[in-house]
Structures are given as structure tokens and as C-alpha cells.
Design a protein around this ligand. Structure first.
Ligand code: MN
Length: 231
């Protein structure tokens, strides 16, 4: 058997402290998972069931990096998020067992073409054009879970050109890592290489070419992303 052309390169992310790489299968993202962010998006932050959207695996890229200002938007937004990397497959995972399926954790950016996302919301269309574009998921090197102090409580922050814009604690997640990974696994079978971007706290805003975005989760890592000229 041979492919009719060269198969695409396996999408992957750096692993902190090693030359090994984490192969990515799918990128799941949790929508509106911090109350204050739900409010700033004009939504009632009651504990409605979590919802998910996806990005293509090759939207992920190592940091530090430069991301071209994406096509079609005039309102590119930053969203700093705790990232969970799944290392063992499973379905219908109990909350109590979720940590057994997690290989590592990181922190990254759910870059969002907010104008296209809003248009999709207004017209009842999918979010893909707002969320799932090229280079839309810059992520810091993944840290093995044994080296991560906590995925329950830690400061999460983001700064634009050194000015802090987002500053919260992952303890404020409406749906905790154990809860939302369990819920996700009841919808589809998780596999090694799946990653979850767990949602962003309040303070999101627009960025333009030339901006330098830094962010982190204490005990997990930091990233730096420069916004380049338009793609
Ligand atoms: Mn997000």
C-alpha cells in the first residue's frame, strides 16, 4: 500500500525538558468555562452543561513563535487557557479516574477571530471560522503530569506588551478538569494525543500585528507569542 501523495506530517508539540514530542490527535476546547468570562460574552454564567468545539490538530504550534495576523478578521482576540494532554484512551471515564488518563499539562492561546465567531453566533452557524483557523493554538511545551503541582488551583494570567489583561485562578473553572474530561469522554472515545483547551477567564481583548503576548499557569509553564503581519 502506498498513499497517493505524501501523508501529512504528524502534528505535535514540544515536551518540556526533552527532545521528545507529544503527537496530537484532536484539539477539543471548552466554551465559556469561567463565570466572569461568560458574563463578558453576554451570557448567564449558570452551571449549564459544558459545551465543546474543536480545532484541527495542526492548528497547534510550539512557543515561542510568531503567528501571522489571520485572514478575514479585523478583531483577533487572545484567550489564555490551561491545556490538558491525554495519554491514555478511554470512554465513559469516571471523574475519580480522570487523572489516570492525563499525560501532561500546558498553557496556550485559543486565538479567536471574534468578529467571525460573533457572526456565526448571530446566524446560528458553526464556530469553526472563528476558532479553527491556521496557527490558532500556540501552546507552551507540555509538562508531564507528575511534575505539575495542580490542575485544580493555580494562577492563570496573560499580558499584552507587558500589561496584564487576564489574571485568574483555574480553581474558578465552572467545570473542573476532572468534570469536563469525564463529560467529554461520555460523548466520544478519547485517545492518546487528544488535548483539551479548558476555557479562558475574563479579560479577553483584541490584538494587532506587532503585539507580544505572554501568558502562563503557575507550576505549568509560560508562553510568548508575537503577532506578525497579516497572512
Ligand atoms: Mn477559549
Amino acid at each position: 500500500m502506498s498513499y497517493v501523495f505524501d501523508a501529512p506530517q504528524q502534528a505535535s508539540l514540544a515536551v518540556k525538558g526533552t527532545q521528545d514530542r507529544f503527537p496530537i490527535r484532536r484539539i477539543f476546547c471548552v466554551g465559556r468555562n469561567y463565570e466572569a468570562h461568560a458574563r463578558e460574552m453576554g451570557k448567564d454564567p449558570t452551571r449549564e452543561a459544558p459545551f465543546f468545539f474543536t480545532k484541527p490538530a495542526d492548528a497547534a504550534l510550539d512557543t515561542p513563535c510568531t503567528v501571522a495576523y489571520p485572514k478575514l478578521t479585523e478583531n483577533l482576540h487572545f484567550e489564555v487557557e490551561l491545556v490538558i494532554a491525554i495519554g491514555k484512551g478511554g470512554s465513559e471515564i469516571a471523574e475519580a479516574d480522570v487523572m489516570d488518563y492525563i499525560w501532561g499539562a500546558s498553557v496556550g492561546l485559543d486565538l479567536t477571530r471574534r468578529d467571525l465567531q460573533q457572526e456565526a453566533k448571530d446566524m446560528g452557524r458553526p464556530w469553526d471560522w472563528g476558532k479553527a483557523f491556521d496557527q490558532s493554538a500556540p501552546i507552551a511545551p507540555i509538562v508531564p503530569i507528575a511534575e505539575v503541582p495542580s490542575v485544580e488551583s493555580a494562577r492563570i494570567w496573560l499580558a499584552v506588551n507587558g500589561e496584564v489583561k487576564q489574571d485568574a485562578d483555574i480553581a474558578d473553572l465552572i467545570w473542573s478538569v476532572r468534570e469536563h474530561v469525564s463529560i467529554l469522554s461520555h460523548s466520544m472515545t478519547l485517545a492518546p494525543g487528544d488535548i483539551v483547551m479548558t476555557g479562558t477567564p475574563a479579560g479577553v481583548g483584541a490584538i494587532v500585528a506587532g503585539d507580544v503576548i505572554t501568558g502562563g499557569v503557575d507550576g505549568v509553564g509560560t508562553f510568548e507569542v508575537t503577532i506578525g503581519p497579516r497572512a
